[in-house]
Design a protein around this ligand. Structure first.
Ligand code: URA
Length: 440
């Protein structure tokens, strides 16, 4: 294999063979291909794209570049979930316990916050004592006893993705559909579940800004998983404003608990129930409607909340904060941001709200930064309704007034108030599975 020839062929729009893709991933992980040649190839892929066959081969080669978790000894269907990332997206904390309460297993490896988007691992670590760095053996044992376990990404899984992601991050090649699709699906294949449900976010707070791009990403991931014989479906969900009202780690855990206890914001409950129903459907537990009813029942009878509490205890977390979220450590300072004028709250830009939460201390400005788990934003109003000047829109939480100044300034720039209401956009655009697209 000659890297110069591969870069040239891709630059001219040609395709790489399976053997070439396997060799280049193996060579890169072994340190035999320098970053400058891999960067050039990534940029050629960014502009020229990849065929489904190439993307599938890249996914398989990346999945094979590290360890794979073997969950086959655990009885029952194991269904994984992945969100492409958003603001206020705490659905995993709701959906995984629901799926476990309905008799399936929900093993999941999650990530930390990235840029303006939050990460499930940071949220879970706001629960005092919660361990996300379990060994593969501990992970399997907790899935077996609790029906779910949520852990951080082991560096030994899909090693090529870890290396390539870091390179893409600094070469402006992250937002490429074949590269995102292969990155996500290689990790999912390595995790050992029987099937995966993808939550592809679309909107101002998501990687995919338009429904066309979100569908294209979902269709690519479903197509490559068919080649790998790995049942996969995707929901396309809105991420123009934050999901729910809480943005920030312990605030989001508390909000997830409220949904599991039968209250909480409507949009969050609707998306979570749709995701849970789709996961149960993928597990072969009945029609979408029957699975949705079953998921709702697991909330109503308290079994989903119990599953979260059991898993938290098994992973060393203090369950007292779940039973009474007021016991979470509280931020030292808070400030309310009010509506500057009257009108319709047309837009609360999700990416800007996410960036405001980072400024408050809820996320990292640089790799390795510490997180303030109590920091964040609680929205008092969601988009679409009429607001009056001076009405509270959100409460911001941080460790001190300086952080609140920065966060409040950024948060205020997310607010758009208009005379007329904006055209409605769907919360759930549709589903993509092996049969194609389905509406709503
Ligand atoms: N999430 C991933 O895991 N990989 C990407 O490339 C983008 C989002």
């Amino acid at each position: 294999m000659n890297m110069y020839d591969l870069i040239t062929r891709k630059k001219r729009g040609g395709a790489l063979t399976n053997e070439e893709i396997s060799a280049l991933i193996a060579g890169y992980v072994a340190g035999k291909i320098p970053d400058y040649q891999m960067s050039a190839l990534l940029m050629a892929i960014y502009f020229r794209g990849m065929t489904t066959a190439e993307t599938a081969a890249l996914t398989q080669a990346m999945a094979a570049s590290g360890d794979r978790i073997d969950l086959s000894a655990i009885p029952g269907k194991k269904i994984d979930k992945h969100s492409t990332g958003g603001v206020g997206d705490k659905t995993t904390l709701i959906v995984s316990p629901i799926v476990a309460a309905c008799g399936c297993c929900a093993p999941k490896m999650s990530g930390r916050g990235l840029g303006h988007t939050g990460g499930t691992i940071d949220k879970l670590e706001s629960i005092p004592g919660f361990r996300t760095d379990l060994s593969a053996e501990e992970f399997c044992a907790i899935v077996r006893t609790c029906g779910l376990s949520l852990i951080g990404q082991a560096g030994t899984l899909a090693r090529a993705d870890k290396l390539l992601y870091a390179l893409r991050d600094v070469t402006a090649t992250v937002d490429s559909i074949p590269l995102i699709a292969s990155s996500i699906m290689s990790k999912k294949l390595a995790c050992g579940a029987d099937a995966v449900l993808l939550d592809v976010k679309v909107g101002s707070g998501a990687f995919m800004k338009t429904p066309e791009d979100a569908y294209a990403l979902a269709e690519t991931m479903v197509a490559i998983s068919q080649e790998a014989n790995f049942p996969t479906a995707a929901l396309i969900t809105r991420m123009d404003e934050p999901l729910g009202c809480a943005v920030g780690n312990s605030l989001e855990v508390a909000e997830a608990v409220s949904v599991l206890r039968g209250t909480g914001p409507d949009d969050l409950r609707t998306v979570a129930l749709s995701l849970a129903a789709e996961m149960l459907h993928l597990a072969g537990m009945g029609t979408r409607a029957a699975c949705r009813a079953r998921a709702a029942q697991a909330i109503a009878d308290g079994t989903a909340f119990d599953a979260l509490v059991r898993m938290t205890a098994a992973q060393g977390g203090d369950t007292a904060v779940l039973l009474d979220p007021a016991r979470f450590p509280q931020a030292r300072a808070s400030r309310t941001v009010c509506a500057p004028t009257s009108g319709c709250l047309a837009h609360l830009d999700a990416e800007t709200v996410g960036r405001a939460a980072v400024l408050l201390g809820a996320g990292r400005a640089a790799k390795g930064d510490a997180i303030d788990h109590a920091a964040g934003i609680l929205l008092r109003r969601k988009c679409g309704g009429h607001i009056t000047a001076g009405e509270p829109l959100a409460t911001l939480y941080a460790a001190d007034e300086t952080l609140l100044d920065a966060g409040a300034e950024r948060f205020s720039s997310a607010i758009e108030i208009t005379d007329a209401p904006p055209p409605p956009s769907p919360l759930i655009y549709g589903t993509v599975d092996a049969e194609g697209r389905h509406d709503g």
